[in-house]
Ligand binder design. Structure first.
Ligand SMILES: [Zn+2]
Length: 324
């Protein structure tokens, strides 16, 4: 089969790769219905992480189970499934605590930008929908594999509650879905920090009540002003850079103990345990309560995966969906 392989910075190729097969009795092989380019795929693409050798890439996926190993019990061929970018057994103490991305047996799922994919620990990792979804629902279901689950985790980790005032730092797909998540969790006021008009528009569609275009100290001052000096109850930092993190925590506070202590700040983050949210989010998407698939503003055939990376790198697209 042909799939995406990253060779080096700004060098993603659609080329021949080994066909995935069942390697362990706990594996499944799925036929990908849709996959996409993640903001985190842009880190190696931009040269932030070294690439030692040509490496299959992609970790967001949904599709139809083709084959399962002899030990797999909970999914079967023909079912439509969604899974996390980390495979997990869903039974160890970390999984039971709701942190499947810290599973004692976790394995990265790699190479999803392809027509077929091997998923380890299929029983713990994959969740099947009640039936094969109509095609228009596939983009929203695909987001649950990572980006929507990550926005949801940000909102949950920040303890967004009904009536809350929430600030969202970052207008990438995760930030925009952080807005949607905050809205779904009952936030009354959602301040989206964005300076790009298509993203501001989508943020508003997802429930943002205010848009702040300023960044850094000026952005913090603007949020303070909008909240009459109070600030936000919850801040979702959805970028991952030093600057964004400093913008997310109250003005002047450094990441050191005493500052955090007097600001009553708590930090919670990490790779989102999207597996834990799949049943709930599948339900919300299936019943059209949420439409996270709107973050895909570019749809390409998988063979044009390189253009998907370019468009996101140049910020011409918020997020690229790829169809095998
Ligand atoms: Zn586990």
């Amino acid at each position: 089969m042909r799939g995406a392989v990253i060779h080096g910075p700004r060098d993603v190729r659609f080329e021949e790769r080994a066909d995935p097969k069942i390697e362990k009795p706990t594996d499944a092989v799925i036929r990908i219905s849709a996959t996409c380019v993640c903001g985190s795929d842009l880190w190696p693409y931009r040269g932030a992480n070294p690439i030692d050798q040509p490496t299959p890439i992609g970790h967001e996926y949904c599709g139809i189970v083709e084959e399962v190993g002899s030990a797999v019990r909970s999914v079967k061929p023909g079912q439509f499934v969604i899974g996390s970018f980390f495979a997990s057994d869903n039974t160890c103490p970390h999984c039971r605590a709701g942190y499947q991305t810290s599973c004692l047996h976790r394995e990265l799922v790699v190479g999803a930008q392809a027509p077929r994919l091997r998923v380890p620990l299929a029983d713990g990792t994959l969740v099947a929908t009640r039936e094969v979804p109509p095609d228009e629902l596939v983009p929203s279901l695909l987001t649950l594999s990572d980006v929507m689950g990550t926005g949801w985790f940000a909102a949950r980790a920040a303890n967004v509650r009904p009536g809350a005032t929430v600030a969202v730092v970052g207008d990438g797909a995760v930030g925009l879905l952080g807005v949607l998540s905050a809205k779904q969790l009952g936030a009354e006021r959602i301040i989206a920090m964005s300076r790009h008009s298509p993203r501001q528009k989508l943020a508003s569609e997802f429930g943002a009540t205010d848009i702040v275009t300023e960044r850094g100290d000026e952005g913090v001052a603007r949020v303070k002003e909008l909240t009459k000096g109070v600030g936000a109850d919850a801040v979702l930092e959805c970028v991952g850079t030093q600057e964004a993190m400093q913008q997310a925590i109250p003005h002047g506070v450094q990441l050191e103990g005493q500052g955090l202590f007097f600001a009553h700040v708590r930090l919670h983050g990490g790779p989102a345990p999207v597996r834990s949210y799949l049943p709930e989010l599948i339900d919300l998407a299936w019943n059209r309560k949420i439409d996270p698939g709107k973050v895909f503003d570019l749809v390409l055939p998988l063979s044009q995966v390189a253009e998907g990376y370019r468009a996101m790198d140049e910020r011409r697209a918020i997020k690229a969906l790829l169809r095998p």
